[in-house]
Design a protein around this ligand. Structure first.
Ligand SMILES: Cc1ncc(COP(=O)(O)O)c(C=O)c1O
Length: 388
């Protein structure tokens, strides 16, 4: 008999009933150090008092307002995002997948309005992940996600990750946009070198194609800058954001330049819940905390500390781990042992990590993890590796 919850997830036998900071607790009191943070969602930890306050204050005033009306919390968050980024305008969604949908629509509408309706192709890269909608799986293109779900949304061109020569050849008169994650998450914590991102920007400019960055996982302070592309000193035309921006409340966004967004006029897109007051009140508080130089400096300091300890862990367990990779607090341990078994060994020791492709385990702790918890994290991972 089918389970009452559609069985699309293979879940670990863990049931958490509460959380505080970087820790989650099961009903029997067993505590787990959460280095997954809901896959980069709980960016400010569990039950963060500032976010609880923002949410409950908003909840006592108004929960939902249709986008038929002005929504002050949405305006506040949009202004903050525009103020701190390349963007001139923002559309709010409920998830990263929906951000991907709009990014694709926006790029195609841009060219349609420019009188070049044939420019519909979107170039993407192997190992990428942009969500599970029809556009999202067509964009990523991997058989694992697309098999059985055809016919796929047409107009996606797939290149190998890192293939700049291929990009040079693929950019043509039918290209609408290039989509790339500055640091691949699901693909196994694979950063795009700064030089490559710069080269992509230049290639897009030469062709006219829009550059869409998917910062759903690597954005919102995760790499130690507010957005990962800032390290490379380039800006996109369109950017997808989600996960950390809501700190655990469902929220996503598409940020764009005025030029890239020029086709999106009244009636061209919409969402019932997108930009909901509860989500935006929390999002505005998350932005206030994360988009602060002192906070980001701490993320970088902690990232350095964690990375240094992880390098030690890798050298102590050469049979389990191969290397540390990633950026900021978006780190991956490339495993020699089977990554899912390392994750399981972590469960036995009370530490949560997340598997990714390329036999990697992901460490995406809350950005405000304490130094003490970083020390405990590596001790628990050390015990897990010793147990393998
Ligand atoms: C880079 C990236 N893009 C898009 C998505 C889809 O986001 P969501 O699951 O919120 O729809 C994810 C989710 O893991 C992601 O990591």
């Amino acid at each position: 008999m089918i389970a009452s919850i559609l069985p699309t997830y293979s879940r670990a036998p863990l049931t958490f009933v509460s959380g505080e900071g970087s820790w989650l607790t099961e009903a029997d009191g067993r505590r787990f150090l959460d280095l997954g943070a809901g896959i980069a969602v709980n960016a400010l930890g569990h039950a963060n008092p500032a976010l609880v306050d923002a949410l409950t204050t908003q909840a006592q005033s108004v929960w939902h307002l249709s986008n038929l009306y002005n929504i002050p919390a949405q305006q506040k968050l949009a202004d903050a995002l525009v103020d701190k980024t390349f963007a001139d305008t923002v559309f709010f969604t409920n998830s990263g997948t929906e951000a991907c949908e709009l990014a694709v629509k926006m790029a195609r509408k841009y060219w349609f309005d420019k009188g070049q309706p044939e420019r519909t192709d979107i170039i993407t890269f192997s190992g990428s992940f942009h969500g599970r909608s029809s556009a999202g799986i067509a964009a990523a293109g991997s058989e694992k996600m697309t098999k059985g779900f055809g016919p796929l949304l047409p107009g996606f061109v797939h290149l190998e990750f890192g293939d700049l020569m291929g990009l040079t050849d693929a950019l043509g008169e039918n290209t609408a946009a290039v989509v790339i994650e500055p640091v691949q998450g699901e693909g196994g914590i694979r950063p795009v070198p700064d030089g490559d991102l710069k080269a992509m920007r230049e290639l897009c400019d030469a062709n006219g194609a829009l550059l869409i960055l998917d910062e759903v996982q690597c954005g919102m302070g995760r790499t130690g800058k507010l957005f990962a592309h800032e390290w490379a000193g380039v800006t996109p035309d369109i950017m997808m954001v989600a996960k950390g921006i809501g700190g655990g409340f469902p929220l996503g966004a598409v940020l764009a330049t005025e030029n890239a967004a020029s086709g999106m006029t009244a009636g061209t897109h919409g969402s019932t819940y997108g930009g909901n007051p509860l989500a935006c009140a929390v999002g505005a508080k998350v932005m206030e905390i994360i988009a602060d130089d002192a906070f980001l400096a701490e993320v970088n300091r902690k990232a350095g500390l964690l990375r240094q300890k992880l390098e030690g862990l890798v050298s102590s367990h050469p049979d389990v781990f191969e290397a540390v990779r990633g950026s900021g607090l978006m780190l991956g341990l490339k495993c020699k042992a089977v990554n899912t078994e390392v994750v399981q060994a972590g469960y036995a020791q009370g530490v949560l990590t997340v598997p990714a492709a390329d036999n990697v385990i992901r460490l995406l702790p809350p950005l405000n993890i304490t130094d003490e918890d970083i020390t405990v994290a590596v001790e628990l991972l050390d015990a897990a590796a010793a147990q393998m």
